[in-house]
Design a protein around this ligand. Structure first.
Ligand code: S3P
Length: 177
């Protein structure tokens, strides 16, 4: 059984939804930012401040490579994780990739005031540019769920329905062969 990988911009709900989804499936939940913190004993902000983004991205790739080899995990990635094609390939080879989407307004209302995301300490135009630039990458996911106006339970339900549809399609593809 493959993993389920949640991708998407900061504040789209990857960790919150991922935890609840893992509970529903009785799978383990992992969060790449949390794992990086465990390995380095530093918070994401501290790594950025002390060592820079390049070091953060290299720790992130090591964590991704390790998690991609496991099974039955719900993996919440960081917003920039899958921009590296090596990370994308590793995660997608052994997992269903689900993009969580939210409008920039929703994102800023959810996390704009929090202080733990170095890339959000920027003018709104810069955040908007980052958000826009990344949409094409996120749109390559197996499917996309908009979380903007939905509760966590509604998002989880939608994911479970889509996963079931995918499984049925896979079976019908096999039946055709
Ligand atoms: C980042 C998103 C963050 C974290 C880091 C960089 C990004 O994770 O990995 O601050 O590049 O978008 P969340 O998406 O969980 O906030």
């Amino acid at each position: 059984m493959r993993n389920i990988v949640l991708i998407g911009f900061m504040g789209t709900g990857k960790s919150t939804v991922g935890k609840r989804l893992a509970q529903s499936l009785a799978w383990d939940f992992v969060d790449t930012d949390y794992e990086i913190g465990e390995v380095t004993s530093l918070s994401v902000s501290e790594i950025f401040r002390r060592h820079g983004e390049t070091r953060f991205r290299s720790e992130e790739s090591i964590v991704v490579a390790r998690l991609s080899q496991q099974e039955r995990l719900v993996i919440a990635t960081g917003g920039g994780t899958v921009l590296n094609p090596l990370n994308w390939n590793a995660l997608a080879q052994n997992g269903t990739v689900i993009a969580l989407h939210a409008s920039l307004e929703t994102i800023l209302a959810r996390i704009g005031n929090k202080n733990d995301r170095p890339l959000l300490k920027a003018p709104r135009e810069a955040i908007e540019k980052l958000w826009s630039e990344r949409q094409e990458c996120y749109s390559q996911a197996d499917f996309i769920v908009d979380t903007s106006q939905k509760s966590v339970d509604e998002v989880v339900k939608e994911i479970l329905i889509q996963l079931e549809r995918m499984t049925k399609n896979e079976f019908s593809e096999v039946a055709k062969d």
